[in-house]
Design a protein. Structure first.
Length: 134
């Protein structure tokens, strides 16, 4: 039978299947809100990562506030992920890759926890360099 994963309008990007010994995950990025404030949900809006398990029929949503998921990589043939988030530092509803920071985090599939792999101090120093304030 066919099941709807979403009831409301969304905009998909980069749909792929990842095969594991015990499961198949459907992996995709999607925008669910008009964060860019142009009246439509499209690729300019923040994207979240979604993982759908064909075995358990469970949909996991991975995101952090005021950010755009821009890159994903599975870690060593496991279901854990390294994620690159573009942070909307000025909170204008869009991520500008030339002036706003990125953050790389690890997602633990079994616990559902995002782990920051760089310190806050390093993130602040990098942002200051990016802005030209240090």
């Amino acid at each position: 039978s066919v099941e709807k994963l979403f009831k409301e309008r969304i905009n998909f990007r980069d749909i792929q299947a990842e095969y594991f010994k015990d499961d198949i995950l459907v992996v995709f990025l999607a925008s669910t809100k008009d964060t860019y404030k142009d009246g439509v949900i499209n690729q300019l809006d923040y994207k979240k990562l979604y993982l759908y398990s064909l075995k358990s029929k469970e949909l996991k949503e991975i995101s952090i506030e005021n950010s755009d998921v821009s890159q994903i990589n599975f870690v060593d043939k496991s279901k854990d992920l390294l994620l690159k988030f573009g942070i909307d530092h000025n909170k204008d509803g869009k991520f500008d890759e030339y002036t706003e920071p990125t953050m790389i985090m690890k997602y633990d599939y079994n616990t559902g926890v995002l782990i920051n792999i760089t310190s806050e101090k390093i993130n602040r120093e990098l942002q200051m360099k990016l802005e030209g304030t240090k």
